[in-house]
Design a protein around this ligand. Sequence first.
Ligand SMILES: Cc1cc2nc3c(=O)[nH]c(=O)nc-3n(C[C@H](O)[C@H](O)[C@H](O)COP(=O)(O)O)c2cc1C
Length: 233
Amino acid sequence: MKKHMSLLLLIIFLATSPGLKGFKIKEPAYQKKTSYSPEQSYVFEIIKNRRTVREFKSTPVPEEHVLKILEAAHFAPTAGNQQPWKFLVIQDRVQLDLLSEAALDWYADKYERQKNVSQEEIQNLRVRLEKILKKVLSAPVYVAVLVDSHAKYPDYILYDGTLAAGYMMIAARSLGYGTGFFTTFFPEKQMKEFFQIPDRYKLICFSPIGVPVQWPETPPKKDIQDLIVFESF
Ligand SMILES: Cc1cc2nc3c(=O)[nH]c(=O)nc-3n(C[C@H](O)[C@H](O)[C@H](O)COP(=O)(O)O)c2cc1C
């Protein structure tokens, strides 16, 4: 009896599961809406639960997932549909460890040049940075989002690149991965030298893709009411 019950429940679940019914994007309903379909709610949940992640498990990310995520990224809108992107994918652990060492030097050099600091302070900074970079570079996959300055509408490439990075982060979240829009430790000039990126490309961000050690709490977000202005200021 119990066995039959479980089977019946499984059949009901499979029959009503959104994945099996075929995904249809609904037309917007222009009446006031207070409830949303599971598919609609899922999209909002994914967006809300995307987090910047700064420490990862070594769990591999299949290349198929990387391609799926980047495919989503390339559906982002671009000026005149110019699609000026290159997604530089780095999966080689040796290369990432070398990057970690290099990034440490880049940051320490910058710190040294900006401030009148003692050798001891620099050493302390290096120790702290080493720990941070080890975590930040612990994911199995990284994507450098690049845009081509020779594109047709170069004035818009930063927007195009940033939108693709946003799409990429949302798509990765839907597959259970954490990401980040990293800039500070990975300055464009040094990154271009390190990865031999041709001069024409501009670095938008360097993003990990990986399973978080733990999902961070949502950082404080402003009250949406304070951000919306209807019609006119
Ligand atoms: C333009 C930009 C630059 C950022 N640079 C860095 C960075 O260098 N290092 C970092 O850890 N996070 C960086 N972030 C991520 C933000 O710190 C993060 O999005 C913010 O704290 C909100 O957290 P959430 O992404 O989890 O909502 C950057 C984000 C943006 C949009």
